[in-house]
Design a protein around this ligand. Structure first.
Ligand SMILES: C[S@@+](CC[C@H](N)C(=O)[O-])C[C@H]1O[C@@H](n2cnc3c(N)ncnc32)[C@H](O)[C@@H]1O
Length: 379
C-alpha cells in the first residue's frame, strides 16, 4: 500500500517515550505557534473540522506524543463526538484502516506533523493526499488543531516529568534493612499460617516462589511438590529464608534475584507463587512476563496480594502511593495497584479467586487470593 493511501500511522510516531519540550525556547516557540493560529482554531471549532474528525486527530496526536492524560480525556470526548469505539481502538493500535478516508488522511497528516514537532512541512505525499480529501481550508484547521493538542501534550509531559524527577525516588538498592527487621516481626501477622497453607495446598512439581521474604511459606509446601526455588532480593530476609529452608521435607533453595529477571530457563517450572510481592516489585508487568516465561504452558500461578480498594479508601491509597509516603515506609510497597487486572493482562486465566479483607490490627486492606493459569498453548 502506497503512502498516499496509508492506513497506518508511520512507525516513527508510535513512540512509547513521552515527548517533552527541549527547553523554554522550544516551549515558547510552540506557544507562539498556537497563539498565531488562534483565528484558524476558532474556525475549526466552529464546524470547519467536523467534531468527530477533530477529536480523532486529538487522540492520535496525544497517543503519538505518549501523553496519557490528554489521550484519556480526548478518548472520552471523541466517543461523545461520535467516534466509534472500534475507530478509537484502531487509532490506539496505529492501524487506521477502519477510519473514513478523509479522517484517515487528517490523522496521518497530523501525526506526521507532530512527529516533526511542526518544524518542517509534512511528507509531501501525505500533504497532497490530505489536501485532496479535506480541501485547503480544512487542512489548515487540522494543522492548527494538531498544533494545539501537541502543545498540550508536551506541556503535560514536561510538567509531570519534572514533578517525577523532583520527587524522592525509591532506593535503587534491594537492601532495606529497616523493612527487613520490621517484616520479620510482621510476616506471621500480615498473613496467617493457615492462609499460607491454603494458598499452597495441592501444588505439584517444581515451584518458583518470588519474593520469599523470611521464608514463612516454606514449611507449608505439600509433599506433592518436588522442589522449591525461592527468590529473595533483600539480603537480611534472604539469609532468614535460607535458615528457614534448612532440613525441610521439600528441598528448598533460596537465591538472590528479582521477579523481573527470574533465574531459570523458559518453561522450567510447573507453578509460581507470589505472596504480598506484586505490590512491591518496581515493574509489575515485567515481573508477570517473567513468571509467564519460566512457567510451562498450562502452569499455574498462586497469588495472595493486597490491592486497591473499590471504596472511599481508594483516593487515600492513591495519594499515599503517589506522594511516595507508603512506598518509603514499605520498601517499595504500593496500596493502589490493580493486580488482578495485571495478572489477566499478562495472559493468565483466572481459574479461581476470592476477595478478602485482611491486615494488621485496624489497618485492614483488601486482598485477592487465587489461582491463575497459563493457557496450554501460549501465543
Ligand atoms: C511484603 S514482603 C512479603 C514476603 C513474603 N512473600 C511473605 O509472604 O512473607 C515483600 C517481599 O518482596 C520482596 N521483593 C521486593 N522487590 C522484589 C522484586 N523485584 N522481586 C522479587 N521480590 C521482591 C521483598 O524483599 C520482600 O521480601
Amino acid at each position: 500500500m502506497g503512502r498516499d493511501s496509508a492506513a497506518q500511522i508511520d512507525d516513527r510516531v508510535l513512540t512509547p517515550e513521552p515527548q517533552r519540550f527541549e527547553g523554554a525556547r522550544d516551549a515558547f516557540g510552540a506557544l507562539a505557534r498556537v497563539l498565531g493560529s488562534a483565528s484558524v482554531l476558532v474556525r475549526a471549532y466552529r464546524g470547519g473540522v467536523p467534531p468527530a474528525r477533530r477529536e480523532a486527530v486529538m487522540v492520535a496526536v496525544s497517543r503519538s506524543n505518549a501523553c496519557r492524560g490528554c489521550s484519556n480525556v480526548h478518548h472520552r470526548w471523541a466517543l461523545r463526538a461520535g467516534v466509534s469505539a472500534e475507530d478509537l481502538r484502531s487509532i490506539g493500535l496505529g492501524d487506521l484502516a477502519a477510519l473514513d478516508v478523509a479522517t484517515r488522511s487528517a490523522v496521518v497528516y497530523a501525526t506526521d506533523r507532530a512527529a516533526r514537532r511542526f518544524r518542517s512541512a509534512a511528507d509531501p505525499q501525505l500533504t497532497a493526499n490530505a489536501r485532496s480529501r479535506l480541501g485547503e481550508a480544512q487542512l489548515e484547521q487540522v494543522d492548527a488543531v494538531a498544533g494545539l493538542i501537541a502543545f498540550a501534550n508536551l506541556t503535560m509531559n514536561t510538567v509531570t516529568g519534572a514533578l517525577r524527577t523532583s520527587r524522592p525516588q525509591p532506593r535503587p538498592t534491594s537492601a532495606h534493612p529497616s523493612f527487613a527487621k520490621v517484616w520479620r516481626i510482621l510476616s506471621s501477622k500480615a498473613m496467617s499460617h493457615e492462609a499460607r497453607r491454603e494458598l499452597l495446598a495441592g501444588l505439584e512439581g517444581t515451584v518458583v516462589e518470588l519474593g520469599a521474604g523470611d521464608g514463612l511459606n516454606f514449611r507449608h509446601y505439600p509433599s506433592t511438590v518436588n522442589r522449591v526455588v525461592a527468590i529473595e532480593p533483600e539480603p537480611q530476609l534472604r539469609s532468614l529464608a535460607q535458615q528457614a529452608a534448612r532440613g525441610l521435607p521439600v528441598p528448598t533453595t533460596v537465591v538472590d534475584g528479582a521477579a523481573e529477571a527470574i533465574p531459570g530457563a523458559d518453561d522450567s517450572y510447573d507453578a509460581a507463587v507470589i505472596c504480598l510481592v506484586l505490590c512491591t516489585v518496581p515493574d509489575q508487568a515485567q515481573a508477570l512476563a517473567e513468571i509467564k516465561r519460566v512457567l510451562r504452558p498450562g502452569g499455574e500461578l498462586r497469588f495472595y496480594e493486597h490491592v486497591a480498594a473499590g471504596d472511599r479508601r481508594r483516593p487515600i491509597q492513591r495519594w499515599l502511593d503517589t506522594s511516595g509516603i507508603w512506598p518509603r515506609l514499605g520498601a517499595g510497597c504500593h496500596l493502589s495497584r490493580d493486580t488482578l487486572r495485571a495478572i489477566r493482562g499478562a495472559g493468565f486465566i483466572i481459574e479461581e479467586y476470592c476477595e478478602l479483607e485482611s491486615g494488621l490490627g485496624r489497618l485492614s486492606l483488601p486482598h485477592i487470593a487465587g489461582v491463575a493459569r497459563l493457557p496450554l498453548s501460549t501465543p
